[in-house]
Design a protein around this ligand. Sequence first.
Ligand code: ATR
Length: 289
Amino acid sequence: MNESRRVGLLGYPVHHSLSPVMHNAAFHALGLAWEYDLIPVAPENLALAVDVLQAEGYVGANVTIPHKQAIMPLLAGVSQEAQIIGAVNTIINASGQLRGYNTDAYGFWQVLGDAAFTPSSYQAVVLGAGGAARAVLYALLSHGFSVTLVNRTESKATELAQHFAPYFDHTIKVVAHDDTEHLQAELEIADLLVNSTSVGMTPHITENPLPPAISLPATLTVYDLVYNPRETALLQAARAAGAKTVDGLGMLLYQGVEAFRLWTHQEPPVDVMRTALEGAIQARTSSPP
Ligand code: ATR
């Protein structure tokens, strides 16, 4: 029998998380006596929770809202990627030293590989300038894309553009969310449109983050980070326009795949993890909250 180990999710709230289902299915499939716990931590208790992770010998953890930035100074070290993104979503406990990583950018990019996405103009349009946008922008800029960023609150988009500018040759151009003509022109030349806002998420499933006047070119790949529902109003419109679509389940899956790899040093059972996630999302969609 192998030794029992624990990993957990630090967040507030955490009860809605699909990570336990995905990781526990993977541990089981590989015959590992590991367990993934939910660890609800109010913001004022974060430093204490970090001490508890160390004291109780957790192998590692995931970190979610609202702690992804606040946890960084509490760790012994943070990877360069997490530093630039400005958020940690995964921790490894290496002999009592907690190190922070970010697997969201990896997760975002890996899905495009699975979708056989082949860029030609290396131009992308990203909607949203919150936490999720940071990992998306890092992934796109580090793979050689120029990005047009659109956000309801334009100042947040400008801040992100300035934040990333020193690290990459390619740039982020900010376009106002009501400048429909400019946005349409950017979409005509882009390979990829990414929605990193929460618009369209259950229960607001009829909402679309794009202004109604926009028409989606069939040449685009449209990638929505929302995974509940899997086919959002934006993806429905994209499919109707003949564009390729990518839903948000894959990013959730692959950020977990990479975290699993970091904790266990084993090759994650990706199909088991995907099936577990699909089942959990399906169950959630078909039963009332
Ligand atoms: P996350 O960590 O999931 O990215 P977040 O940091 O709260 O969450 O960011 C949410 C993003 O969705 C923001 O870009 C937000 O726009 P604002 O910066 O203007 O708040 C965007 N968003 C949320 N609701 C929106 C809405 N109804 N219309 C347009 N954008 C919205």
